[in-house]
Design a protein around this ligand. Structure first.
Ligand code: GLA
Ligand code: ZN
Length: 679
């Protein structure tokens, strides 16, 4: 059952290390290795932006410094996560081959500057990447110190250059075959947009076409495919040199520019960069959003450990307010990643640089240059603690509940005009359903429409506006076989090119599954309120008699479903706000509106108890959260975290044992910001 991410049998602890910035400071490079050891670090990501140092002139490689760094670290017990440097290219390349530079949506080519701005299509760039990756792989892929490839950095954005535009047209030709098919799929008769030639089709430039939503969606899909194809090309030489070194690329949580689920098979392990805004507002809420993001990332490869590739030891300098992490928060936030299934705690960055954009970004080592700082001591203490957590390595985080949050559905909702224009509210709706499950300690995955749903007992589908091919059938068979589905308003409206279903909503057979027929949706002004009056029934035991409603009220009519709550006022009074439909061996709940938060708490409390989804029957105080990782076939490790600044106690349902000390615990007392690992 256990599957370790790398050959290392310990949790990885370390971060982005940029020795290439310090080549003129040999004493600092020496000191680094010593401090890494002191901090309990065992893995550093090296070379992420080192192309200029690795290939200072075209075809002339300088690997000497990297050899030395890798060896020095190895001698000090630190493995190398070796990067491919495609995140930023050297000056000579930009000068000689301007096509490698990206063209922005304003149509202008970015001059040689900054990073993350290469063309995804340029044959020259791909060839240059192939060459450097081949050279790196031939030199290091069999070096026992190298445990993982860190491919590029935070793939993101799109290029609008002539090469990319041509590639987009080819992609469309392959997808649609004829212009006639494309014109129908995109509904281009609207505003006389009918494309009479492929060459007329362009990406959605800033001053270009954004009203043809099929085009907007296909452009996002193309960018994802092109990025994935680029990554595939990056990986080829690495795997050729040694197929056993795993590959990852660092992702960015809910970043919406790419459909990360399409990278599932390219990555041996998923990794991501985690930068919550701690201490801005209520940390107990921030912890929920952060856990939800860990869960999304993990669920790209459900049940497999992931890596937290970056996080910050203290102040994140690019945030609007560069707030320091309060003492204790570093350990708490780091161990949250581990609790949600990460086999690492990695930082950006090991050492603060002297210059440049990130010189004041939190790091393990600051400009003082020693370990004699608060931040260093916290990292050191965490490193020490992590050494006692080896049993977690490779242990899966298993979920019986899943929430659908499909990236392509996000794109489609964003593009469509209607509802609450500025933000249709999908992520807020996802969080409304996620939070009560999380608060009860129910392990939950966040999956997409292509994910396999068959292993779950509960699937929640908030605002499933766009039904990609196959999802309706998958939901149907999930329920038929006994699954419980919760679905909301604004679901089953369009197909995958954003054409509405005809003949009744929700479409593609979902109306029958839900036992309702939807007619209209009302968008409420911010001050508008309605309410749901709960009708007494076996299904509504434990719910309050009334819940306030805001934002959206969908108007639907029962067609087989039992009405559990009805609108209290306005012209929709008496129409369903909440229904349940029995279908096959399962059930479908339909929530037609946005309810106040306590509704979701009450609703899921009942559902979770009916389905027996809690891994441990335990009352958790406010701000104390529970996660579970399966450390062996019949043992779960329960991880309790206290996001309060004060101590909190949890009465355990049975005596448990500390994973770390082996001591028996009956009532767990967690200090403020404390974490406990119990068996
Ligand atoms: C990103 C990048 C890093 C660094 C950090 C700073 O995650 O991958 O190179 O810029 O942000 O927070
Ligand atoms: Zn391009």
């Amino acid at each position: 059952m256990k599957e370790t991410v790398t050959k290392v049998a310990s949790l990885l602890h370390g971060g982005d290390y940029n020795p290439d910035q310090w080549l003129r400071y040999p004493e600092i490079l020496e000191k680094d290795a010593e401090l890494m050891k002191k901090a309990g670090c065992n893995a550093m990501s090296i070379g992420i932006f080192a192309w200029a140092a690795l290939e200072p002139e075209e075809g002339r490689y300088e690997f000497g410094w990297l050899d030395e760094v890798i060896d020095r670290l190895r001698r000090n017990g630190v493995y190398t996560v070796l990067a491919t440097p495609s995140g930023a290219r050297p000056g000579w390349m930009a000068e000689k081959y301007p096509e490698v530079l990206r063209v922005n949506a304003d149509g202008r080519r970015i001059p040689f500057s900054t990073r993350h701005n290469h063309c995804l299509t340029s044959p020259v760039y791909r060839e240059k990447v192939r060459q450097i990756n081949t050279a790196l792989a031939e030199r290091y892929a069999r070096n026992p110190a190298v445990i993982l490839w860190h491919v590029s950095n935070e793939y993101s954005g799109a290029c609008y250059c002539p090469l990319c535009r041509a590639a987009f047209r080819e992609w469309l030709k392959k997808k649609y075959g004829t212009l006639d098919e494309l014109n129908h799929a995109w509904w281009t008769a609207f505003w006389s947009k009918t494309y009479s030639s492929w060459d007329l089709i362009d990406p959605p430039f800033d001053n270009g076409e954004t009203s043809v939503h099929g085009l907007v969606l296909d452009w996002m899909r193309f960018v994802t495919d092109q990025t994935a194809d680029f990554m595939k090309a990056e990986i080829a030489p690495l795997k050729k040199a040694n197929p056993d070194v795993p590959v990852t690329t660092n992702m960015m949580g809910f970043y919406e520019g790419l459909n990360y689920f399409k990278f599932k098979d390219l990555c041996d392990v998923i990794s991501w960069d985690n930068y919550p805004s701690w201490h801005e507002g209520d940390d107990r809420e921030t912890a929920i959003s952060t856990a939800m993001t860990h869960d999304l990332m993990r669920s790209i490869k459900p049940g497999k450990p992931f890596l937290m590739m970056e996080s910050c030891t203290s102040a994140v300098n690019w945030k609007p307010y560069a707030k320091l992490k309060r003492p204790g928060m570093h350990e708490l936030a780091s161990l949250q990643a581990v609790a949600r299934g990460s086999d690492s705690v990695q930082y950006f960055q090991w050492r603060k640089g002297r210059g440049g954009f990130e010189k004041f970004h939190g790091a393990v080592v600051g400009h003082l240059g020693t370990g004699d700082t608060r931040v260093f001591r916290e990292v050191e203490a965490l490193g020490e603690r992590m050494k006692g957590l080896d049993r977690l390595v490779g242990s899966p985080f298993l979920s019986r509940a899943a929430i659908l949050c499909d990236t392509e559905n996000r794109w489609a909702l964003k593009a469509m005009r209607g509802l609450i224009q500025e933000d249709k509210g999908l992520l807020a709706e996802v969080r409304r359903h996620y939070a009560p499950l999380f608060r009860m300690g129910v392990n939950t995955d966040i999956v997409d429409e292509e994910s396999d749903l068959s292993g779950y007992d509960l699937v929640v589908a908030p605002m499933l506006y766009m039904l990609r091919a196959g999802i309706a059938g998958k939901l149907r068979s999930f329920v038929e076989k006994g699954g419980t589905l919760v679905i909301t308003y604004w679901s089953g409206i369009v197909n995958e090119t954003d054409l509405t279903f005809l003949g009744g909503f929700p479409g593609d057979g979902l109306a029958e599954l839900l036992g309702i027929s939807m007619e209209e949706i009302d968008t409420l002004y911010p001050a508008d309120r309605n309410a749901a009056e709960v009708l007494p029934s076996g299904e509504t035991e434990g719910l309050a008699p009334r819940y306030e409603i805001r934002d959206y009220t969908e108007i639907s009519h029962p067609a087989g479903a039992e009405v559990l709550a009805a609108y209290e006022s306005d012209f929709i009074r008496g129409l369903p706000a909440l229904t349940v439909n029995r279908f096959g061996k399962g059930k479908v709940y339909y929530a037609a509106a946005v309810f106040e938060d306590v509704f979701y708490r009450d609703f899921y409390r009942k559902l979770v108890s009916e389905l027996g989804l809690r891994p441990l029957e335990v009352d958790l105080p406010e701000g104390v959260y529970l996660s579970a990782r399966r450390i062996s076939d019949n043992t779960d490790c329960y991880i309790f975290q206290n996001y309060n600044t004060e101590a909190a106690s949890v009465v355990l349902p049975r005596p448990m044992k500390s994973l770390e000390s082996g001591e028996s615990v009956e009532t767990l007392t967690l200090p403020g910001y404390g974490t406990a690992f119990l068996l």
